[in-house]
Design a protein around this ligand. Structure first.
Ligand code: ZN
Length: 216
């Protein structure tokens, strides 16, 4: 079909949820997912007190790791009978992620734990309570039992839980054998990891459905 569809008046849409905000930016063919994080800092035995410089660097590094792992990976196509869907037919969208520190009204509260270099502390995400525990070793990629050469950074994995992707190293699905997946022991993003995002996007624009066509 020839490209005669006229551009709709509105191509930008925003949806705010408890855990993240969604921005559909038509002109940039981009979906921006933004989370506001409030940091609480503590130290584990053997670690020195957080300095303000370290606090800043911690957030910067987390965002860097998450963006490298997740940013620009999902390619979404638009389908449906809305003007938006018709105009953006065969014009794919990419998905970018933003994490901004915010002290009041944040989506997530982060327990940031400083631990001794090379140490270990369990990290987790509690979806219901909107809390995340991360430590100063979570930006380092380490082998987590996924096989030779398969490494993962805790921050990138835990971020997957904030977009509602479950762990894949437990349970009875075939995902249990995909050790390179970011929700298992590696860094590989899979289409299924966008499920929650797509479900939310599909409630934003009447007559418009997004679908992951590939992962870059
Ligand atoms: Zn996990």
């Amino acid at each position: 079909m020839p490209d005669t569809q006229t551009k709709p008046k509105t191509v930008n849409f925003t949806k705010k949820t408890k855990r993240m905000n969604f921005h559909v930016l038509g002109d940039r063919r981009m979906i921006l997912v933004r989370q506001y994080w409030k940091y609480n800092y503590s130290e584990k035995k053997g670690a020195s007190k957080w300095t303000s410089k370290e606090k800043k660097a911690f957030h910067k590094n987390i965002e860097k790791v998450i963006r490298a792992a997740w940013g620009g990976k999902f390619v979404l196509d638009v389908d449906g009978d809305s003007d938006f869907a018709k105009y953006y037919d065969k014009k794919p969208f990419s998905v970018k992620f933003d994490i901004d520190p915010k002290n009041s009204g944040a989506h997530w509260t982060i327990q940031a734990i400083k631990i001794p270099k090379g140490g270990f502390s369990r990290s987790w995400v509690n979806w219901g309570k909107q809390t995340i525990q991360l430590d100063t070793e979570d930006m380092v990629e380490v082998n987590k039992g996924g096989g030779t050469g398969v490494t993962q950074s805790g921050a990138a994995h835990e971020f997957g839980h904030t977009i509602k992707s479950p762990d894949e190293y437990i349970g009875i699905t075939f995902h249990r054998f995909q050790k390179k997946s970011i929700m298992h022991s590696g860094m590989k993003i899979k289409k299924r990891h966008a499920k929650y995002l797509v479900d939310q996007l599909n409630k934003m624009i009447p007559g418009t459905k997004f679908k992951v066509t590939k992962v870059k």
